[in-house]
Every structure is written in structure tokens, then in C-alpha cells.
Design a protein around this ligand. Structure first.
Ligand code: SAH
Length: 216
């Protein structure tokens, strides 16, 4: 769990790279500059690459998302301080940390036990205190709903109805949708109980959002 000046320098550069690719939200960029991404990557041999703008394996067949993608999705959430955010796909916890750095109150769900256990231990060590749940993201967290924002960090074959239901009026869902190996990034604003406005923000590649029946 070592963070050095070299790491700090590298993530300042990473924030610059992400800004050059088009991210404007200064709070998102500040979060990237602050968070020790290498500590979210379990394989120490990969730590020297941690500040490249790339995804990396985190075990259980999953990846920590590319920083640009994390920044892009986060910017789309249009976060306000104290927003209550539901995250589907905790994975390494890096996206969770970005949301927390930006002052959100985060509820995050992960369906792979090994990743859930590891991240539940890691985040408090880095002084990130939040609510993590081992469960199925398709059903969200009805007991904690409604949420100001919902972010899905795995490729969903369709938009889960429950996630739309658990959004406040005026709330935003950011979700990559499609069944193939690439997805369209959608930003969905809930205008009224059954009225939504959808914006398509282009092509991305995510690991798939897994169904409950494959649970380990
Ligand atoms: N936000 C993560 C990205 C991890 S990749 C990060 O920054 O590291 C997507 C994650 O979604 C994986 O950890 C995967 O196990 C998880 N996932 C897949 N299907 C899920 C489901 N139905 N419910 C909750 N999490 C799921």
C-alpha cells in the first residue's frame, strides 16, 4: 500500500491526458489526480502501468475500467454535492472512489464475491467509507431508493426496469447498453414517473453485466 511522489506525478499526467481527450469537469479531473489507481489493481506487476489510460485485469475475469471511460461516465452524471448515487459493478472500487472524492453518497453493488470481499477491505484502508453490497445489480437497491443518479459500469443487454424505477424525477442513469462486445453509452434523464429522455453518447467496450443465475 505504498504511494509515492512518482505515482503522484504520473496521475497528474493521467489527468492531463484525460482532459486532452475531452473531459472538462474539473472535479472529475481532480479526483483522477488524487486517487492512487495502482492500489486498486491487485497484480503488483501491473502497478507500473497503472497510470496509463487503459483497463487492467482485476481477477474473476473482470477489469478496472479505462480512466477516460470512468471520467466520461462520471461527467455525464452531472454530480451535485451530496447526490445519492447507485453504482452497479463495484469491481476494483476505483469508480466508487471517484464518486466519493466528488462528494457523492455512494451505494455500490457487486455480484462476484471475491471482488466484493477484496474491495470491501480495500476502500476503508484508503479512507473511503461507503456502503457496498453483494448482490445483483439488475434489481438495484429498492430499500435505499430513490437515487439522484445511477451508474452502470458493465455492458447491459437492456436497460433494467428496476433501475429506472429507483431513480428520482430529474435523476440521471448512465448505462452502456448492447448485447455484443461493444455498447452504446446512454444518458437517460427521468422527466416524470414514466417519461424519459435518452441521449446516445457513442461506442464503448465493457465486460458484460451478468445475470443472477450465473452467481458464484
Ligand atoms: N467500476 C469498476 C468496473 C468493474 S467491471 C471499476 O472501476 O473497477 C464491471 C463489474 O461489474 C465487475 O466487477 C463485475 O463483476 C460486475 N458485475 C457484472 N454483473 C453484475 C451484476 N449483475 N450486478 C452487480 N455487478 C455486476
Amino acid at each position: 500500500m505504498i504511494d509515492t511522489y512518482r505515482h503522484k506525478g504520473l496521475r497528474k499526467k493521467l489527468a492531463e491526458i484525460v482532459a486532452k481527450k475531452g473531459i472538462k469537469d474539473t472535479n472529475v479531473l481532480a479526483a483522477i489526480e488524487t486517487i492512487p489507481r495502482h492500489l486498486f489493481i491487485p497484480d503488483n506487476a501491473l502497478h507500473k502501468y497503472a497510470y496509463e489510460d487503459k483497463p487492467f485485469p482485476i481477477g474473476a475475469g473482470q477489469t478496472i475500467s479505462q480512466p477516460y471511460t470512468v471520467a466520461f461516465q462520471t461527467e455525464l452524471l452531472d454530480l451535485k454535492p451530496r447526490d445519492k448515487v447507485l453504482e452497479i459493478g463495484t469491481g476494483s472500487g476505483y469508480q466508487t472512489a471517484v464518486l466519493l472524492e466528488m462528494g457523492a453518497k455512494v451505494f455500490s453493488i457487486e455480484r462476484q464475491k471475491a471482488l466484493f470481499d477484496r474491495t470491501k477491505e480495500l476502500l476503508p484502508k484508503l479512507s473511503y467509507n461507503t456502503k457496498l453490497f453483494y448482490g445483483d445489480g439488475y434489481v438495484g437497491l429498492p430499500t435505499f431508493a430513490p437515487f439522484d443518479k445511477v451508474i452502470v459500469t458493465a455492458g447491459a443487454p437492456y436497460i433494467p426496469e428496476d433501475l429506472l424505477k429507483q431513480l428520482k424525477i430529474g435523476g440521471i442513469l448512465v448505462i452502456p447498453v448492447d448485447e455484443g462486445d461493444s455498447q452504446r453509452m446512454k444518458k437517460i434523464i427521468k422527466l416524470a414517473e414514466n417519461k424519459f429522455e435518452t441521449e446516445d453518447l457513442g461506442l464503448f467496450r465493457f465486460v458484460p453485466l451478468l445475470k443472477e443465475k450465473g452467481r458464484d
